[in-house]
Design a protein around this ligand. Structure first.
Ligand SMILES: Cc1ncc(COP(=O)(O)O)c(C=O)c1O
Length: 433
């Protein structure tokens, strides 16, 4: 159950051993206080360490150590504390710190227009939410209203957020097991990453998986939506080029909507503004989150096709911080930075350079890269954990996805020198130093 989970496990010997060697008494006292007051849960409390500051690509812990953050919960496309984001947020705090429902504000309107202009195809109606999970919930509700159906097809091993509706379409045991009854009508299919295992390793596994999805849509006959990440983020696996166009065609044939969850992968992570620009089809709804808030504010967005604007007399996302003036200011500044610092190009170019370097690391079983996001597959979860803790000791933080994939996701503002330094730490750690 632990092996293919969303992140690294916060209980177990590897972590305890690392903490004994690394955490000083003052930090331990804070960690104990944290564990005293927070409800304990997998993947978070008890925590690993305590941080004091964050700047650029770095976290600074209570002992003053600088840690290159290639994890960042994927919120830090523009790094921590980018001056333009801080300035926009500070200005907005001073003039309009909150925007109560029933009113709108300039930042919200500007951000909705900007996202609609950036999104591909007919995706040009927007709704904001204070978390990716909440935006996924809005997408599910809109799919029900738009189609008059409630069923979904999603993928085992997927993660779409931690709420009950999101774990119903998600497929990770750590969220679903023992959770009790989940949403009805949430059909699951194997993920593209397991296509070869379930549908043949003769190179046609994905084709058969796409056929299988078509079959499920056909026998069910009343599926509202297929929902998935175009590129599974924890392991950075993109299916072959013809996979999503096939699923898109099946959705069209069977009257189901296609919803892409790009909560972690949006805004340049993959070298394009949206990952779906690289998978050969446009979904009916696109869900963004994480980095949209500039690494400052919880911001997520649902962008839907204009003709799906069909629920005017229903509440899709009645969230207190829906049109957050501060969150929208942070998002606008983030989009400005991505444009003005040419971060999409940087993501592609530095990403290609980084991938080349990773390919030279002998101890990796496989390496993958899309823009400035990398997946380094190693031989099992014990190897992955050992490498991660060695890296943490040497000042590099990243996530483990799928049990044995080191998922490296730096800010797009990272310099080549910083990337080199991080990969040097990684190479040493993989060699067991
Ligand atoms: C693919 C994906 N979907 C949804 C979510 C949930 O987003 P949030 O934590 O903002 O609710 C995440 C968060 O990790 C994610 O990676």
């Amino acid at each position: 159950m632990q092996d293919r989970s969303e992140g690294d496990i916060n209980f177990g010997d590897a972590r305890a051993g690392w903490q004994r060697g690394y955490i000083d008494a003052e930090t331990q006292a804070l960690l104990d206080e944290d564990a005293r007051w927070f409800l304990h849960q997998a993947l978070s409390t008890p925590c690993l360490n305590v941080i004091e500051r964050a700047e650029g690509i770095y976290l600074i812990d209570t002992a003053g150590r600088r840690i290159m953050d290639f994890h960042g919960n994927t919120v830090h496309q523009v790094g921590y504390g980018h001056p333009r984001v801080i300035e926009a947020v500070t200005q907005q705090l001073a003039t309009l710190p909150f925007s109560p429902r029933r009113y709108t504000n300039r930042a919200a309107i500007d951000l909705a227009r900007r996202l609609a202009e950036l999104a591909p195809g007919q995706l040009n109606k927007v709704l904001f939410a204070p978390s990716g999970t909440a935006a996924i919930g809005m997408a599910l509700k809109l799919a029900r209203h738009a189609t008059g159906r409630h069923k979904t097809v999603s993928m085992w091993d997927a993660f779409h957020g931690a709420s009950l509706d999101a774990i119903s379409i998600g497929g990770e045991a750590i969220f679903r097991r023992d959770a009790g009854p989940l949403l009805p009508g949430t059909e699951h299919v194997p993920p593209p990453a397991l296509a070869a295992r379930f549908f043949g390793d003769d190179g046609r596994g994905h084709e058969r998986l796409a056929d299988y999805i078509d079959y499920v849509l056909d026998v069910q006959g009343d599926v509202a939506a297929v929902i998935a990440e175009p590129v599974r983020w924890t392991t950075l696996e993109a299916p072959p080029a013809d996979f999503w166009p096939r699923v898109r065609a099946s959705c069209d044939r069977h009257g189901a909507l296609l919803i892409f969850d790009e909560i972690p992968s949006c805004l340049g992570r993959t070298g394009t503004m949206f990952a779906c620009e690289q998978v050969g089809c446009v979904p009916d709804m696109l869900v963004l989150g994480k980095g949209l808030g500039g690494g400052v504010f919880p911001m997520a967005a649902l962008i839907a096709r204009e003709d799906l604007d069909v629920a005017a007399d229903r509440a899709l996302g009645h969230y207190t911080h829906e049109k957050s003036s501060v969150g929208c200011a942070a998002a606008l500044a983030t989009l400005d930075v991505i444009r003005d610092e040419d971060l999409l190009r940087r993501s592609r170019e530095l990403g290609a350079y980084g991938l080349e370097r990773l390919r030279r690391m002998e101890s990796a079983v496989a390496v993958r890269g899309l823009g400035l996001s990398f997946g380094v597959e190693v031989a099992g979860s014990a190897v992955a954990e050992a490498a991660m803790y060695r890296c943490l000791t040497n000042g590099l933080s990243f996530k483990i996805g799928g049990g044995n994939v080191l998922t490296l996701c730096p800010p797009l503002t990272i310099t080549q020198t910083e990337l080199d330094a991080a990969f040097e730490v990684l190479a040493l750690s993989l060699r067991g130093a």
